[in-house]
Structures are given as C-alpha cells and as structure tokens.
Design a protein around this ligand. Structure first.
Ligand code: FAD
Length: 268
C-alpha cells in the first residue's frame, strides 16, 4: 500500500505536519536530508517552552513523537518528483515511493560566503530575534540595509554599519573584528544578511507558481499550505523566508489539516 502523504523535509515544518497527520491516522512517510537551516547554532530561541534547546534536540523529540504514532521517517534525499495518474512518484536515492499528496518542507539555503561560514550561527548570524539577546550591549557590526541597523540597535547602542565584509578576525574562538575595505571594526558579533535560496526545484518542476518577496521569488501558497498545483502543499522556509522555527512548525500543522481534509473530500 502506498503512502497517503509523503513529506519531503523533516525540519520543524515537516515533522509538525507529520505529527498532525499520523495522529489523524494517515500513512505518512517523511524523507529528510537532516540538514536543518539552524543546525550550525547550538541553541534555538523563541520557541515557547523550548527556548534555549539545541535545534537538533527539538527534531530528535519531534521524530520520536511522529514515530510513536506510526509515522515512517527515513534519512535520505529526494532526487526527483513526478506527477502520475493517481498521485506522485517520489524518487529517493535507491527506490521510488508513491504518494497521494505531497508536502514540501525542504527549507532554504543561506548563501553564506566561505570566509564567514565557520562562525555562522555562532557570532555571525542573520536573525537578531534569534541570537541578538545573547550579544546584548556588546559591540555589533551589521552588514545589510539601513533598516537592519536600526533594528539591531534594539539590542545594543554600540552598532556599526559595515558596507562590505571582506574578512573577519577571530581570537580564542571569538570574533573580535570585521574587516570592511581598509577599515578594521572591533566587533563581538556580526549581523549578516546572507542571500537566501529556497530548496524549491521540485516544486517549480511540478509547475508551482511563485510570488515576489523582499528576498526574491518564493512559491506562493494560499496561506494554509496549498500551492497552485493540486495535491501539492508547502510549509516553512521553502515558501516563507521569514518563518522562524515556531512559525514553520505552525505552518506545517496547518498544511497537515488541509491535506487531511483534502483526502477526506477526495474519498467522498
Ligand atoms: C544560523 C541560524 C540560526 C537560527 N536560529 C533560530 C532560532 O534560534 N530560533 C528560530 O526560531 N529560528 C532560527 N533560525 C531560523 C530556522 O532555522 C528556521 O525557522 C527553520 O529551520 C525553518 O524550518 P523548516 O522546517 O522550514 O526548514 P529546515 O529546518 O531547514 O528543514 C528542512 C529539511 O528539509 C531537508 N531537505 C531539503 N531538501 C531535501 C530533499 N531533496 N530530500 C530530503 N530532505 C530534504 C533538509 O535536509 C532539512 O532537514 C535560524 C536560522 C539560522 C540560519
């Protein structure tokens, strides 16, 4: 028997959807490459009741909850998705599975330059809501638009806007300065707006429509997870670049409700 729902991506959005769907007694498979966006960070903030938990621990608990209701989770990468007469064929590395409905919860990629990658999620980060409190009142450098500088002043009065980041200096495993052109700016942390790229290639191949966002085109949903392609849903950062973890989880849960209703309606 095929899966009623295949969920591609097992981060907060995908696992949250899987929890709702398995509790609704649906046959669910989650395929997860296990590379959540916030993996480089040791702690996750702003998730009510779990503030400060490791991002990987959140997903470990989430996986256990889904599996406890009979959901199947595999560590694998989806390589191709195609429409079939009665649903979708999802190609994994060594097998193909079939699904009546699909949820994409594949997240996005932060295109962090090589010279910042080792500090990413530590003292170089993009989201001040996520990590600003931990560097409050310290020397902060900000690369990005002027509005971001104003935002970051909420956490410290000592904020310097840097027009370019050509290098950083690290001492004793701590950021100490940002190099911008010929300037050396002492800094305890760098708030860096990296370009983002949604992992949406399969959605686009299926024909999903996109919409403009301030950071580029993202797959459009109806606000409840439905894309423009019948039977295909999306939740979390793959469709909403601004979704923090708790929002991504909520979007997954909401999409799951829509998918379940869709299947109920289709069964007549
Ligand atoms: C450094 C950093 C720190 C952050 N800290 C916080 C924080 O403290 N608090 C907060 O609320 N937010 C934080 N965020 C934002 C947070 O990472 C996102 O809100 C969250 O990861 C979105 O969840 P998601 O489920 O949409 O995507 P993700 O968590 O990125 O999960 C997507 C999953 O899909 C999998 N996947 C992708 N393609 C495939 C494929 N083809 N086949 C199989 N699997 C696939 C990936 O491997 C991954 O496991 C941070 C972001 C960054 C960059």
């Amino acid at each position: 028997m095929g899966h009623e729902v295949v969920i591609i991506g097992g981060g907060a959005a995908g696992l949250s959807a899987a929890l709702v769907l398995t509790r609704a007694r649906r046959r669910v498979l989650v395929v997860d490459g296990a590379e959540p966006r916030n993996k480089p960070a040791a702690h996750m903030h702003n998730y009510l009741s779990r503030d400060g938990l490791s991002p990987l621990d959140l997903l470990k608990h989430g996986r256990a909850e889904v599996e406890g209701y009979g959901g199947e989770i595999v560590n694998d990468t989806v390589t191709r998705v195609t429409k079939t007469d009665d649903g979708f064929a999802v190609e994994l590395s060594e097998r193909t599975v079939h699904a009546q409905r699909l949820l994409f919860a594949t997240g996005l990629v932060d295109e962090v330059p090589d010279h910042l990658r080792e500090r990413w999620g530590r003292d170089v980060f993009s989201c001040p809501y996520c990590h600003g409190y931990e560097v409050r009142d310290q020397k902060l450098a900000v690369f990005g638009e002027e509005m971001k500088v104003a935002l970051v002043r909420q956490w410290s009065d000592d904020v310097t806007h840097v027009p370019s980041v050509d290098g950083i200096e690290v001492e004793d495993d701590r950021l100490v300065a940002v190099i911008s052109g010929s300037d050396r700016i002492p800094a305890d942390a760098l708030v860096y707006s990296a370009p983002v790229k949604p992992r949406d290639e399969f959605l686009l191949a299926l024909g999903a429509e996109t919409e403009k966002t301030p950071v580029g085109p993202f797959v459009r949903t109806d606000g409840k997870g439905r894309t423009s392609v019948p039977g295909v849903y999306a939740a979390g950062n793959v469709t909403d670049p601004a979704a923090i973890v708790i929002v991504a989880a909520a979007q997954g849960a909401q999409a799951a409700g829509m998918i379940n209703m869709d299947l109920v309606t289709a069964a007549g």
